[in-house]
Design a protein around this ligand. Structure first.
Ligand code: HEC
Length: 162
């Protein structure tokens, strides 16, 4: 018997000792579980921040209204716009442009609904700025699409709100 055991109020009561040890290991396990939970929460916040941190209305800078389409809206550009849309945009924004594409539903911020007349009343220039710049899960299309492709897809998506 050592000194600590002698001075320990629990000493001499093997049942009590075992219970104490159980309590200690239980506390340790809970601490581990809690710190794991906190770690998980912190990790989740880290990932969510760039997405949720940018929520709310997406407003293009006022001078983007001055960008004017360099491609006329006609059958040819609408066809090009449709091709671009089906290839790059439909998965999120949906075949009907309603934001309900097969990959759109799982996103924390839903893809924009192009059938919304109020939303689509914005100028071509503002839409172009957003398509070029991107935000959160909306990719920046600058490196992927040419300028004629961008104006063509804008002509095409504007018609969802007709
Ligand atoms: C990976 C999914 C995804 C793809 C692919 C995608 N978008 Fe988006 N788009 C989004 C999301 C999500 C938003 C909403 C972003 C926000 O408000 O923060 C958005 C918003 C937009 C907006 C802004 C509308 C507004 O509210 O003013 C435009 C314009 C747009 N997308 C056009 C396109 C075009 C054109 C393509 C294809 C070239 C495309 N998107 C492809 C997810 C996507």
């Amino acid at each position: 018997m050592n000194l600590t055991a002698k001075n320990n109020a629990w000493a001499g009561h093997p049942g009590a000792m075992m219970e104490r040890n159980n309590v200690i290991s239980e506390v340790r396990m809970n601490m581990k579980r809690i710190s794991r939970l906190f770690g998980l929460a912190a990790l989740m916040m880290l990932f969510a921040m760039p997405i949720f941190g940018q929520g709310g209305l997406w407003v293009a800078p006022p001078d983007s209204k001055e960008y004017k389409p360099t491609v006329a809206k006609n059958a040819e550009s609408l066809k090009m716009g449709k091709d671009v849309y089906m290839k790059y945009c439909m998965l999120c924004h949906g075949e009907k442009g309603d934001g309900k594409g097969p990959s759109g539903a799982s996103l924390p911020i839903p893809p924009a609904d192009f059938t919304d007349k109020k939303r689509m009343a914005q100028s071509e220039g503002e839409l172009a700025w957003k398509i070029v710049t991107g935000r959160g899960m909306m990719p920046a299309w600058e490196p992927v699409l040419s300028e004629p492709e961008i104006w063509s897809v804008i002509h095409f998506i504007k018609d969802f709100a007709k």
